[in-house]
Design a protein around this ligand. Sequence first.
Ligand code: FES
Length: 96
Amino acid sequence: MTTRVEIINDFLAINVKPGKTIQDIVEASGSALPFGCRDGECGTCVVMIESGMEFLSEVTAKEVTVLKTVGEPSPKARLACQMKIVHPNGLVRIKY
Ligand code: FES
């Protein structure tokens, strides 16, 4: 029972089990998606979820604060270092 994660910019796709963080997936896949603090503080890892938001963990208060600070109002915006896959049998498409 996995969910497929596609990182559009890098033409990468990986099937992962729920519980994996997007940071884990990016690091394992060789994606060039940049990270800074890895703790939801700096905003370096802002990504757009093109589809599959429902397969990800809920947006945290920390994410809301940082996304406002970096001026990213899109409802598709998330912090890659703060998200986890929480449901199987889905497709999550990420753009950065
Ligand atoms: S790496 Fe700093 S907020 Fe994600």
